[in-house]
Design a protein around this ligand. Sequence first.
Ligand SMILES: Nc1ncnc2c1ncn2[C@@H]1O[C@H](COP(=O)(O)OP(=O)(O)OP(=O)(O)O)[C@@H](O)[C@H]1O
Length: 727
Amino acid sequence: MWTRYSLERIAFLLQGLPLGLHRRPVLRHITYIQCLGWRSAWCSHNRETKPTACFNPCRTIKRDTKSSIDVPVYPVTVTDIKQYLRSKGISFHDGYSCLRAGSIFVEPKSQIQEEAGKDSYTMFIDKMTGQFLCKETLVEGTWEDLQDCLEVMQKEEQKSINPDVLLSYSESAEEQGQKDMELREVHRIWSSSVTVSDLLEEDLQLIKNIFQISKLNSITLKKFGVRYFKPTKSLVFPWFSGHDLSLRGIKLLSAVTKDKSQVIYTEASIPKLSNYYNLFGLHLVGRKETEMVLTGSEIDSMAVSQATGLPALALPRGVSCLPPVLLPYLEQFKKVTLWLGGDMRAWEASKMFSKKLGLKRCSLVRPGELHPCPNEALLQGRNLARIINASIPAAHKSIVSFKQLRDDVFGELSNVDQVAGIKWVRFPELNRILKGHRKGELTVFTGPTGSGKTTFISEYALDLSMQGVNTLWGSFEIKNVRLAKIILTQFAMQRLEENLEQYDYWADKFEELPLYFMTFHGQQNVKTVLDTMQHAVYLYDISHVIIDNLQFMMGQENLSVDKFAVQDNIIGTFRKFATNSSCHVTMIIHPRKEEDDKELQTASIFGTAKASQEADNVLILQEKKLVTCPGRRSLQVAKNRFDGDVGIFPLEFNKTSLTFSAPVRSKQKLRKVKGDQTENQETELNERNEKVLKSAKDSKTPKTLKEPLSEKSEIGRKGKSNNKEDG
Ligand SMILES: Nc1ncnc2c1ncn2[C@@H]1O[C@H](COP(=O)(O)OP(=O)(O)OP(=O)(O)O)[C@@H](O)[C@H]1O
């Protein structure tokens, strides 16, 4: 494990991850010290009962890094929150994503300030989750925590709660030590970085050329506090606290020119990106500003600010997510223009994020040739203010005419490749038939018992998450630890049991993938699973959910009802979820009992025809039991609603790495001549990983030349029939 942010560590981070791969958010939990029995005896379970233990005002604030997802014990609605606040006599203002109330963590304001109304309200309560933030003291916590505090206040007849007494930020010594060490490193890098005004003119020009920011002037760079860190040749973007302007973190952006025409950008941050909650530019925004442009990168924000004079903020993790903890900082704006980039991924993200921000105040810049990302637009000499003025309202009407749709249709026609979705790096054959992985679709996956369905889907989903697809696993059959072990093995492409010294290296990289797991095991109630999925979509912008498998949701339903009807109902619910949440759902369904030697068909999926009718894609893992080749499997695409192409291609199982991805044949033959098999595997692994990383970078870097995934299949083909062929 890395213990300090050395230069090597930064270099590792810079080269280790592509842009857009993000990043486990931190869940902040406030928990009472358990031994007091306070929470369990009173607050969480029965709010009517009095505490059984004497209240000790000391609390621990635990900042856990979690990648597993629980539904809150008491899911709240905005109506619940409002009713509760009213019952406590707390006045509030109904905002876009949050309710605003006077903070209970600061002394009540003077009469004059109270009369200032909502402007003096500094406590923000998320309407979806009840999570709160006091902007004045930076105290934050869950809805349960806020209720606990209010109960205490009422009981003790206090007018406010002193955060220093009640909320001691007593993290473990290790956590505190880690934070202090990070902060020292932030300051060390910051103070050894050079301000733009201290750079020689020719150096500055060179840097501007490398980062393709030649149109950004020194005034803008200085205004945003950008510096240059020579040892890693990186631009340094600061994260200033909106509270007291202290430096909380930094992001380093490096650009490496490969060949002559290819620039690859990498970024790293301290604290690491999963804990980096900076809205770049926030410290420059005045309290009275009501309009703002939200961008996907720091450079884009500066471009907008320079060209239009409008306040511009950059999301810390680009288009990959809008963490709800940032929403309170965006409440003040009556108009938000989302200009997240120049491609379809940015467009999809802006539609998703505008739902969180409140559709009515959002307008979106539609990407296209005339509307590239802001920095590109500046480079091309376009009028950025005009582009922003031409942005379209996010709230759409229930009935539209073609006139309103024509630009959307044009967008789809002119970006065929991007509309087709994200391409798999490990399964070029799947790209050839399915064209890509698209949001909002439902994929049904089946295969014989024990044939490797979970193993295959793990790799299929891993491939996508390595390209920045925020993924949520619902594994009801096998425990999360075992599942994570399988996925990690596939990620490292080797048996880590035999290379334990490499565990930390791979685990560190794996930790950065946007992968989350539901904490369910065994039979589950559909509603609970759906609530969790909704919750995860809101918190982590999940765009791919895997359900392994459907049968685990049927046990709890009323058994007197026809089980096929129950299954149909569940499928219908997931279909609706996929469409409404713009989230791809991959659902494993067991086949009905067939004769062993028969291949499966769409009709072999357990239940009625509902599953295949509702599904956009039907995938079948075909198993042919050959004595000569017992591990041989094929993947059949039996339905593809996107463009109708179906086909089948062989998969070769590698028991060491648990992967199905087809080996690169021509290269393998070449390596066989060389003879060293271990070397071959390593080279292959490196090549694949490089390809994955490159592809993710490509999706974020407009100037990167894209390498087509051109391996042609011998077997898959066009047509709507269900032909089954085997490699
Ligand atoms: N092609 C293969 N050849 C041999 N073994 C395989 C193959 N694919 C997977 N396995 C192994 O078979 C075992 C079962 O795999 P897995 O759990 O993925 O199957 P499944 O189809 O999901 O099972 P179930 O029907 O119980 O849900 C695992 O140990 C896995 O490593």
